[in-house]
Design a protein around this ligand. Structure first.
Ligand code: NAD
Ligand code: UDP
Ligand code: UDP
Length: 319
């Protein structure tokens, strides 16, 4: 095993038993870090990290980040927060608490330990954007009282806290704005579009396209995203972000549905459903900054990433 920089770091990953967190823990263990994975299992699960349990460098702890946490660490990746609209709207007050109180506790922990802290922020801070593609200097168009606000405004407030701790206490921070990411270990009933469409296609059920399906998203394969996380964390303390991380290839939801039907060889048909309130009409990251700073670029095209994700869903839920 090759250790980076010749020594290992103690890394805390909150939300580490979730979709992105489990991939991140895996990569950190592979490169020789000591990982403390903290999760309350709201949307994550122990099985996502079960393959890491045998490693002496991996530790798993049930904990809710809205409560204080006293541990020693060199780096923190703060990912704890439900990410799918279905899950974050299930208990919206808890979603805001997780984003805001969770950020305060993890920032307090970083301040006490001197750790560098990474925040999993989101393209949702741009809301239903009037600037396209979205670059980091766009301030966004978010409805502060709508059903998505618990997530969008929670994440915006977390960004504010990160930058205030940075200015006030000189804390090294890394704020990444993540765009729609998909891959193995997404929860099958997670409600997000990629997992919904794949599960529906594999079951031969109708594919639920919301609205006309002309709204767009840009989908990043999980391995590419985690690569971006690690590169960003390894930059010097002068690089705080915010930094967009995502794949700029943009597709309509209808195009995604048709591609998934083709790749699964499904007989499913497309069924229209009402468009949810405040659903962003378009989304595509401008990744000029990430390209320059990290020498990073997503490599996995949608078709390849979907094939790998479909294989995972088939193996785990249909074999
Ligand atoms: P996920 O739901 O699979 O993972 C979130 C994890 O956080 C879960 O394991 C969940 O149990 C845990 N969690 C939730 N509330 C918690 C709490 N109060 N205390 C401790 N743990 C808690 O979602 P994901 O896709 O892996 O997203 C991870 C992070 O990345 C989230 O912060 C999300 O907002 C952000 N993000 C993800 C995407 C994406 O497309 N996947 C896009 C933008 C931002
Ligand atoms: N905190 C924590 N772990 C630590 C240090 C602090 O969870 O190791 C929490 C603590 O409960 C506090 C929050 O982080 O509520 C913010 O800490 P900070 O030092 O900024 O504020 P203060 O303790 O002065 O309110
Ligand atoms: N969507 C859809 N059918 C579904 C789930 C989602 O048409 O079964 C649409 C949704 O309205 C949105 C897009 O797909 O326009 C992405 O939705 P998702 O919940 O994955 O993420 P987000 O809206 O947070 O980008």
């Amino acid at each position: 095993m090759v250790k980076h920089r010749g020594y290992s770091q103690r890394v805390l990953v909150t939300g580490g038993a979730g979709f992105l967190g489990s991939h991140l823990c895996e990569r950190l263990i592979e490169r020789g870090d000591e990982v403390l994975c903290v999760d309350n299992y709201f949307t994550g699960a122990r099985r996502n990290v079960a393959h890491l349990m045998a490693s002496p460098n991996f530790e798993l702890m049930r904990h809710d980040v809205t409560f204080p946490l006293y541990v020693e660490t060199d780096r923190i990746f703060n990912l704890a927060c439900p990410a799918s609209p279905v899950h974050y709207q299930y208990d919206p007050v808890q979603t805001t608490k997780t984003s805001v109180h969770g950020a305060i506790n993890m920032l307090g922990l970083a301040k006490r330990t001197g750790a560098t802290i990474f925040q999993a922020s989101t393209s949702e801070v741009y809301g239903d954007p009037s600037v396209h593609p979205q670059s980091e200097d766009y301030w966004g168009n978010v409805n502060p009282i709508g059903p998505r606000a618990c997530y969008d405004e929670g994440k915006r407030c977390a960004e504010t806290l990160f930058f205030d701790y940075h200015r006030q206490y000189k804390l090294p921070i890394k704020v990444a704005r993540i765009f729609n990411t998909y891959g193995p270990r997404m929860h099958p009933s997670d409600g997000r579009v990629v997992s919904n469409f794949i599960m529906q296609a594999l079951k031969g059920e109708p594919i639920t396209v919301y609205g006309e399906g002309q709204q767009t998203r840009s989908f990043c394969y999980v391995d590419d995203l985690i690569d971006g996380f690690l590169r960003f964390m390894d930059t010097g303390p002068e690089h705080s972000g915010p930094l967009n991380l995502g794949n700029p290839a943009e597709f309509t939801i209808l195009e995604l549905a048709e591609l998934i039907i083709e790749l699964t060889g499904s007989t499913s048909t497309i069924q229209r459903h009402p468009l949810p309130q405040d659903d962003p009409r378009q989304r595509r990251p401008d990744i000029t900054k990430a390209r320059a700073l990290l020498d990073w670029e997503p490599r996995v095209p949608l078709r390849d990433g979907l094939e790998r994700t479909i294989a995972y869903f088939r193996k785990n839920f249909f074999d």
